[in-house]
Design a protein around this ligand. Structure first.
Ligand code: TTP
Length: 726
């Protein structure tokens, strides 16, 4: 959900640094003989020479590009990547390098590590947020202010070439030969506004950092320097490779005037489509004609304000001080004939993926003293005869237990729960249950909710030995239900945005595999990778449904299970997990502690005119009520940290479901429920709510409550029980 945040200070100096053709540069550093040659990195899948995932600028000149075609399908953009064979036709001298491989899949560790090298240099000058495998935001406000006080640009005698090569948006340059001199004059103007002076300092600092990166890592990068993240990011892509672009406040209107609306972050999906089709907005500048009120009426208060702000280049989003990824993941696609069709083959690949995930979790724990809380499984699947069914495989999450075997067991359990739902959904749709011709075209596991190990824990070994007395957890099945969404928002910094969704998962595949649909027409890496996870997430239920002990009979009484079991006997060993899912569903989870919130929103709702409701119907072509937050593919369960309310308000606030991780869908007619996912409550808006619900929300936003936790034995989830330590 786009979140409108007030601009904290328009005197901020924010930089967005993006590596140039990153994987290619990493490969060229490994093999210096490739430097200067047209080069591309191809994915592991070698079909037709492998899909291109990174292309050098030399190769781009010959028409080689990552994407060879793009078309819109059901409001999402479907990309198909250029393949090695095609690239050779366009550029016979191209050097194709295959992405490193481990465990039968792409291994991105080299690139991750190379990204970390860059981050460690960039973070020397200010707060640094690692936004993807090759992108970083920097808040250079303090550094720029210090420079302005101590060595203002006008006092600099020799301005470095790299600074003079800056592009300053809005600066009129008559003769290219004079460009550097014009830039120098702008940077060193003594009567410039305070904001422009700060940006000029930012340009000096960023040029310096980029030179440092080149010197220490041999990588070039490009950058945008502006007053906020949104503008800095737009600018960094404007002049590549190895250049930087400055956005003075006076140039913002001109920059946004013709900027395609669907290319804006968060507007590549349904919200952007609605803006185009319902309001005729094609560029960001077109938004200026609408008042904030009008946008709020149409899209809800938050989104309306957010849209009003972006039209003016306003964004208060802070640079988060984060050098480490928010999550880890490992995934692989199985295009076309490679689709996995048996539980055994799924288990094989899950084991591989989990092994990699486990290694990365261990090294994160060793190096950074951090542990992850949640394990999530995503998959794409098809059901023969239903070309659309890959959209419905529900993602599942559970508490993460450390140890490769446990992660493997739990991932399989999650997969089975997802498959069960997937098949039952299909059966429901087709009014038949005889057909189990499913295939899995993508699998990924991720670990999220990563936090530092609580301080005061003397050693990790001690920490774990205390939490897991020997023998207590070795055979533990997944025993808790986490009613929370898995990481699905496009929030930057998740390792899903750091290349964890593997390259192979990002490209379209031949024949029957539909490949990956991206909801944005033109995406940078971060958006693209995030979209990948969004795509998977957006299609699926996020709540976890995992094992409770006992009750085997429930399992066998249950039709979908029995059906599945008869066709896939290997499912039986995880029967307890599945039956727990069913039990949970049957029990029907109820929201907790939401009385005042319900009251508030009911009142709010009552005070809304029917106009809003009509808009919803118009915008989406569907009847409300809509379901906010995470949503079951099978259209049923709400999770306990979602607040279920008899209300239909704010329907369009999170209309851009693809981008927000919130899902919007029709509910059965007559159902008047909507839900709000606690994870997606922006803490900064709490102060704006009535006092009576502020406290309640704050309580919820404190360390997560897990009302459904089943207390069993010793497990990492036990340790992190919300009541622990209180
Ligand atoms: P990008 O930053 O999108 O692109 P790039 O660095 O290759 O090129 P540019 O100079 O235009 O920024 O992606 C960073 C890396 O992420 C890229 O080198 C390879 C990887 N990647 C994939 O594996 N698959 C994809 O679909 C994309 C977009 C990127």
């Amino acid at each position: 959900m786009p979140v409108a945040r007030r601009e904290t200070c328009d005197g901020r100096v924010i930089a967005h640094v993006d590596m140039d053709c990153f994987y290619v540069q990493v490969e060229q550093r490994k093999q210096p003989s490739l430097r200067g040659l047209p080069t591309a990195v191809v994915q592991y899948n070698s079909y037709k020479g492998g899909g291109l995932i990174a292309v050098s600028y030399e190769a781009r000149k010959s028409g080689v590009k990552r994407r060879s075609s793009i078309h819109e399908y059901k409001n999402v953009f479907v990309f198909s990547s250029m393949r090695g064979d095609e690239a050779k036709e366009a550029c016979p001298q191209i050097q194709l390098v295959q992405v490193p491989v481990a465990r039968g899949k792409a291994n991105l560790n080299t690139y991750r590590n190379a990204g970390s090298e860059v981050v460690s240099i960039l973070s020397r000058k200010g707060r640094c947020e690692r936004a993807s495998i090759d992108e970083v935001y920097l808040d250079l406000t303090d550094a720029a202010q210090t420079m302005l006080m101590e060595t203002p640009p006008e006092s600099v005698e020799h301005v470095q070439e790299e600074v003079l090569k800056s592009h300053v948006l809005g600066l009129q340059i008559e003769d290219e030969d004079d460009a550097k001199e014009e830039v120098r004059k702008w940077l060193c103007k003594s009567d410039a506004s305070y904001q422009d002076k700060l940006l000029a300092c930012g340009a000096f600092i960023v040029a310096d950092l980029r030179m440092q990166v080149l010197k220490e890592t041999e990588f070039t990068c490009s950058a945008g320097v502006a007053h906020n993240k949104m503008l800095a990011k737009l600018a960094s892509a404007m002049n590549k490779p190895a250049q930087q672009t400055v956005v003075p406040q006076s140039s913002v209107e001109g920059l946004l005037e013709y900027f395609p609306i669907k290319k804006m972050k968060q507007l590549g999906g349904k919200l952007g489509t609605s803006l185009q089709s319902d309001l005729g907005v094609n560029t960001v500048g077109d938004l200026l004609q609408f008042s904030e009120d009008k946008l709020q009426q149409r899209y809800g208060i938050n989104t309306g304000t957010w849209l009003w702000n972006i039209a003016r280049g306003i964004s208060g989003e802070e640079v988060e001080g984060r050098l480490l990824p928010k999550s880890h993941g490992s995934g692989k696609t199985f295009p076309g004939p490679q689709a996995l069709k048996t539980i055994g083959s799924v288990q094989h690949w899950l084991n591989e993926l989990c092994e990699e995930l486990s290694e990365r979790l261990d090294s994160d724990m060793d190096q950074n003293k951090r542990i992850a809380h949640t394990l999530t499984l995503h998959a794409r699947a098809y059901k023969t005869g239903d070309s659309d069914s890959h959209k419905k495989f529900p993602s599942k999450s559970c508490p993460l237990r450390y140890g490769t075997t446990k992660i493997q067991e739990d991932a399989l359990t999650l997969f089975l729960a997802g498959l069960r739902d997937f098949l039952s959904f299909y059966n429901f749709k087709t009014h038949g249950n005889e057909n189990n011709n499913w295939g899995i075209t993508a699998l990924s596991v991720s670990a999220s909710k990563i936090v530092p190990i609580p301080s005061g824990t003397h050693s990790i070994a001690k920490y774990f030995s205390e939490r897991f007395p020997s023998g207590s957890s070795s055979n533990q099945s997944v025993d808790d239900v986490i009613d929370e969404v898995a990481p699905s928002s496009p929030s930057a910094g998740s390792d899903n945005c750091l290349g964890v969704i593997p390259s192979e998962l990002q490209l379209e595949y031949p024949e029957e595999d539909t490949g990956v649909n991206h909801s944005k027409a033109c995406l940078d890496h971060q958006d693209l990778l995030c979209n990948l996870s969004e795509k998977v997430d957006g299609l699926t239920e996020e709540s976890s449904h995992v094992a409770l002990p006992g009750n085997e009979d429930r399992m066998t009484r249950n039709e979908p299970y029995r059906d599945l079991l008869s066709k896939e006997p290997r499912l039986a060993f995880n029967a307890s997990s599945l039956k727990a899912v069913e039990k949970k569903k049957a029990a029907g989870k109820k929201p907790h502690g939401n009385s005042s919130i319900i009251k508030f929103f009911n009142n709010y709702h009552n005070s809304q005119s029917s106009f809003e409701q009509k808009n919803v119907t118009n915008a989406q072509g569907v009847k409300i009520p809509l379901l906010h937050g995470s949503q079951s593919a099978s259209g049923s369960n709400l999770t306990s940290n979602q607040v279920e309310m008899a209300s239909e308000i704010h329907q369009l606030e999170e209309i851009d479901a693809n981008n927000s991780g919130c899902s919007i869908d029709t509910m059965p007619q007559g159902s008047q429920a909507w839900s709000y996912n606690i994870d997606e409550i922006d803490p900064s808006i709490i102060d704006e709510l009535p006092p009576e619900i502020q406290e309640e929300l704050r309580t919820w936003l404190r360390p997560r409550k897990r009302p459904n936790v089943v207390k069993r034995g010793s497990s990492i989830t036990q340790y992190f029980r919300p009541d622990k330590g209180r």
